[in-house]
Design a protein around this ligand. Structure first.
Ligand SMILES: Cc1cc2nc3c(=O)[nH]c(=O)nc-3n(C[C@H](O)[C@H](O)[C@H](O)COP(=O)(O)OP(=O)(O)OC[C@H]3O[C@@H](n4cnc5c(N)ncnc54)[C@H](O)[C@@H]3O)c2cc1C
Length: 328
């Protein structure tokens, strides 16, 4: 794709429609203004809240150090200053690339001259997924989890399925709340396939230093909640070998998958995300940024990286290219 999509520089009569009101979407609007874009910007988000930062959710917020409001990225003053039209609480259903028109779930359509895809990723569910299990991806998820944690007593056991970054952070936060987190990992060691033998060996011993119990090679088959008042919302985690663990809550942290289904009929190249070129473009007037973007890593490899700085860099790169024609 490199070099195929020529620059169409933005002018004041253009209208940029950004889909996804998370970090990457919000940063794109800020970066466009920083580069002097004076045209319309519409930011569409399916969450009801203005853009916020996710990293503190599993750290400062879950451990009780920050209220959720501290994670807000786009305050009313900043939105006003950046002159961004917000369409929150309604998701995008489809994209017509030729006319750069986004159709929303309420049936309305927003036609722009340029579209930015910034729909991020969602928490991955396993085959046995049970809606009473807690996820940690959004403010709504964390609000719900904290409401449950507030009902628990010191020392109560909480299972965290998945000993990756999010699982480890959740376990640490729960420990600091006086609970007894049990980290359940399907592999022999945490993050074995991500960080390799040496680091994962070191990680295996780390939780104990923080008073967190880590159980490896624990393949969860199901989580069951009985419709029994005595169970009081408690759950049984059932393992592959039919053994079980009773806990007061279960948190699932097994990675994320890109939100691309709304683009199925768009004709864009989708391969573990939206495939973009070196300027974040996937069509002449359509770009993709952040967790949803699958970008070139080497001449023949594309990767999708769920990282705060990467999302911010994508936003800066696309805005710069559209405003100046310069690649980052
Ligand atoms: C708990 C947690 C902790 C993290 N900690 C770190 C960390 O310590 N360091 C780090 O570098 N990174 C961390 N990350 C990752 C980092 O937060 C992400 O890389 C970053 O949020 C990506 O931003 P984004 O805007 O691309 O995607 P998102 O933040 O996922 O935002 C996408 C937005 O688009 C919305 N959306 C989805 N589909 C549609 C649709 N069809 N229509 C409209 N809107 C839609 C979503 O609901 C969401 O609001 C963490 C993530 C989580 C969840």
């Amino acid at each position: 794709m490199a070099g195929e999509l020529r620059v169409t520089r933005l002018s004041g009569s253009d209208h940029v429609v950004i889909v996804g009101a998370g970090l990457a979407g919000w940063r794109t609007s800020e970066e466009l203004r920083r580069h002097g874009f004076s045209g319309r910007i519409t930011l569409i988000g399916d969450e009801p809240e203005p853009p916020y930062d996710r990293p503190p959710l599993s750290k400062q917020v879950l451990s009780g150090k920050w209220p959720l409001e501290h994670t807000t990225l786009a305050t009313p003053e900043k939105i006003d200053h950046a002159n961004v039209e917000m369409r929150l609480g309604v998701g995008a259903r489809s994209l017509d690339v030729a006319s750069t028109t986004v159709t929303l779930n309420d049936g309305s359509a927003v036609a722009g001259t340029h579209v930015v895809i910034a729909t991020g990723a969602r928490a991955r569910r396993l085959a046995w997924y049970e809606p009473n299990v807690y996820l940690v991806r959004s403010r709504a998820d964390v609000r719900r989890l904290i409401a449950r944690l507030d009902e628990l007593s010191p020392g109560d056991a909480v299972a965290i399925i998945g000993a990756g970054f999010i699982g480890a952070e959740v376990a640490t936060a729960l420990k600091s709340r006086g609970l007894s987190p049990v980290l359940l990992e399907a592999e022999e060691r945490p993050l074995l396939h991500v960080l390799g033998e040496t680091v994962s060996q070191w990680l295996r011993d780390l939780p104990a230093n923080f008073g967190v119990e880590l159980r490896t090679t624990q393949k969860v088959e199901a989580v069951t909640y009985r419709d029994d008042p005595d169970m009081n919302g408690d759950a049984d985690v059932i393992f592959e070998d039919a053994s079980s663990l009773r806990v007061r809550a279960v948190v699932l942290g097994v990675g994320a998958q890109p939100n691309v289904e709304w683009l199925d009929d768009s004709g864009l190249l989708l391969d573990n995300g939206v495939v973009v070129d070196e300027n974040q473009l996937c069509a002449p007037r359509v770009g993709a940024v952040g967790d949803v973007a699958s970008f070139s890593w080497s001449s023949d490899t594309h990767v999708r990286i769920e990282h705060w700085q990467v999302a911010s860099d994508h936003a800066g790169a696309l805005a710069r290219y559209w405003m100046t024609g310069e690649s980052s």
